[in-house]
Ligand binder design. Structure first.
Ligand code: ARG
Length: 277
């Protein structure tokens, strides 16, 4: 019998978030978005605020990006860039409705003196890139199939000088990597195999034999769109099955409600970019 009594250790993080002051579902660029579903704007802000407070209470630092009118998806701050060891690989959005968000993120990083590399290829930042500092000496996992172009994976590898493993997403409900896979500590991941091509599933199984696997219900509840500090795993409260699996593996699930932002096709991780110095 295997007993898990491993003490998971949290590491302090620095995050970037953007208030959903101007959040709305005004267009539909993923299967979760329906322009006829009403959004409770006030509740969206309340839930987002609770998420921000949760991160602060866990001891993390949260920077804020100023939301802009006319950019209703700007709350999904994870899409604006991908940062590894002080270098920022900028985003270039697929849909023109979100194009202008990239400049807002770039201005933030440049004002703070980060090394910024402008992208030539379409990519949606941490929506499609994940970083595992302790896996294979520092590994980037990258999704393609819906938003980020395969060519951006090679561009990211050159920009960040870390090996990038390309994974093909095949289910439109999981249009970004971060709704199907998440790092749960510096060296391990949780993921939903059904979101990936069978070849990519084999790649993940080979690289991460100890991964926590999510089922359909967890994945559809946006459970994988989580943020972990290595011990505390902040995730959507609807993903109770995944929370149980994480607890059994020694992590501390921290559930949050994000019903309104789910109408835009996002949850916890989509709202949070990690600034890795
Ligand atoms: N409405 C946004 C879009 O479709 C949601 C983005 C969610 N962000 C994420 N990191 N998965 O682009």
């Amino acid at each position: 019998m295997v007993t898990v009594n491993q003490q998971r250790v949290p590491r302090k993080r620095t995050y970037l978030m953007c208030s959903p002051e101007h959040f709305a579902v005004e267009y539909a660029i993923n299967p979760w978005m329906d322009v006829t579903t009403p959004v409770d704007a006030e509740l969206a802000v309340k839930q987002w605020d609770r998420l921000r407070e949760t991160l602060v209470e866990l001891g993390h630092e949260v920077h804020l990006l100023t939301p802009e009118a006319g950019l209703p998806d700007m709350v999904f701050a994870a899409n604006g860039a991908f940062v590894v060891d002080g270098t920022v690989y900028g985003a270039r959005f697929k849909h023109e409705q979100r194009t202008a968000e990239a400049a807002a993120h770039r201005a933030f990083y440049e004002s703070q003196g980060w090394r910024f590399i402008a992208p030539g290829e379409t990519n949606e930042g941490e929506g499609d890139f994940a970083y595992l500092p302790e896996a294979y000496g520092g590994l980037v996992l990258a999704g393609h199939g819906f938003r980020t172009e395969l060519a951006a994976h090679a561009e990211a590898q050159e920009a960040l000088a870390r090996p990038v493993v390309s994974l093909r997403l095949v289910d439109p409900r999981f249009y970004h990597l971060d709704v199907a896979l998440a790092s749960i500590d510096d060296g391990n991941i949780a993921y939903y195999p059904g979101a990936f091509s069978s070849a990519s599933q084999r790649v993940l199984a080979q690289l991460f034999p100890d991964a926590v696997l999510a089922d359909d219900a967890d994945a559809l509840a946006f459970g994988l769109n989580l943020v972990s500090d290595g011990r505390n795993v902040v995730l959507n409260s609807d993903a109770s099955g995944l929370a149980g699996k994480l607890r059994a593996a020694g992590y501390q699930p921290v559930p949050v409600e994000l019903t309104e932002l789910k109408k835009g096709g996002g949850s916890v991780k989509c709202c949070i970019a990690e600034l890795r110095h």
